[in-house]
Design a binder for this molecule. Sequence first.
Ligand SMILES: [Zn+2]
Length: 185
Amino acid sequence: MTTSANGTMCPLCGGPAAYDQHLGTTATTGYDCKRCRRFRISDQVIKRVLTPKPGYKPPLSAFCRRLPEGTEPPIITTDTVEQIIRDVPQYTPPEKLDTLLELLGKMTPALGRPTTFDPTRDYPLLIARDPAEVQFLLLELADLDLLSLRPLRTLRLCVKLLFAVSHHLGENVHRDGERDRQANR
Ligand SMILES: [Zn+2]
């Protein structure tokens, strides 16, 4: 396994990644990324699929990251890539809020303690495009008074309601009028 000291980038999220070289006859390269975890991907997919369709990268990253611990690293080839994309769920914004809240609960050691959830590392768990989308959702949750952001700049989070789920959010998540105000924060 080569380290990322040579500047190797993850082909799915662009972050630093360790990798190993081609394996077998299908010319796949294995990567180990803190966002996407371990996966193998063929050179053909990188050149012929991801380059013309960069929008495929976030769902592929999410697919790899969301596999259960201990699962064999997936192999992304031209034969499997389209099926993987189809299998990745598409969350609505309220579902993303719910999922984020659940993640925050799971990744918080105790009520009132900072969560270990890191938007820049963990956004694929939410099938989000990038950390900015997660930060927007965090502001939504803060506005619903379900968590506090302190200090905002480093996004150390304190989950106030560990087990809050969709029925707590109710219709509040649709308060579109709130969004403009949040965007100006
Ligand atoms: Zn990655």
